[in-house]
Ligand binder design. Structure first.
Ligand code: 5GP
Ligand code: MG
Length: 187
């Protein structure tokens, strides 16, 4: 697996330190409240596991399956909620966690939905944010790292379902990319 990585963009120790800081800021922003953490699957799993264990307080964890269409079908920009039942957020203090903010469509749609469902407060956190103009008007409240507009894997982020278990964030070597399924950012 490591042989498929061209460049380590964010090392494990660097992520560790940054998460300590994000956790402190979240603690300050939700004083004494029971947070409902909503993890966007599957990419935010690793980030959320490491971040929530830095929050020494009562919280509840929910997961959300959303699909956003990229590549050839991106034109619609549609985001679908795939779960039978969404978490009950009415009156709750919610923290949504995603792996990466790209076009912003996913986070925008999720925040809008939770707000419409009556959440009292919705804050958002992402491990990564691409430095680019967003198709949807949204920024995250907590950002681990701002990166360039390139395709990355590791620390939860996948290419064809793989590489999520890499402990760092990196770019893929050309030899690891299937020419018929190029990641969108590389097209
Ligand atoms: P958005 O709706 O902001 O365009 O999309 C965010 C989603 O696109 C992320 O949750 C992630 O699943 C996927 N994504 C965007 N950029 C990358 C990337 O560089 N690498 C990987 N693995 N997924 C990405
Ligand atoms: Mg995702």
């Amino acid at each position: 697996m490591e042989a498929d990585i061209e460049r380590v963009l964010i090392a494990e120790e660097v992520i560790d330190k940054r998460l300590d800081l994000l956790a402190r800021r979240i603690e300050e922003d939700f004083p004494g409240e029971i947070i409902q953490v909503i993890i966007l699957l599957k990419g935010a799993l690793v980030f959320a596991a490491d971040l929530t264990r830095r929050l020494p307080r009562m919280l509840e964890i929910e997961c959300l399956n959303v699909s956003s269409y990229h590549g050839g079908t991106e034109s619609s920009g549609q985001v679908d909620f795939l779960d039978h039942k969404l978490p009950d957020v009415k009156g709750r203090q919610v923290l949504v966690l995603d792996d990466i903010l790209d076009t912003g469509r996913t986070l925008r749609a999720v925040v809008d939905r939770l707000t419409a469902d009556g959440a009292a407060k919705v804050k958002t956190g992402v491990l990564l944010a691409k430095d680019k103009a967003r198709a949807a008007n949204v920024e995250a409240d907590y950002v681990g790292f701002v990166i360039g507009d390139e395709f990355v894997v590791g620390y939860g982020l996948d290419y064809q379902g793989r590489y999520r278990n890499l402990p760092y964030v990196g770019t893929l070597a050309e030899s690891a990319i299937d020419p018929d399924h190029r990641p969108k950012a590389q097209e």
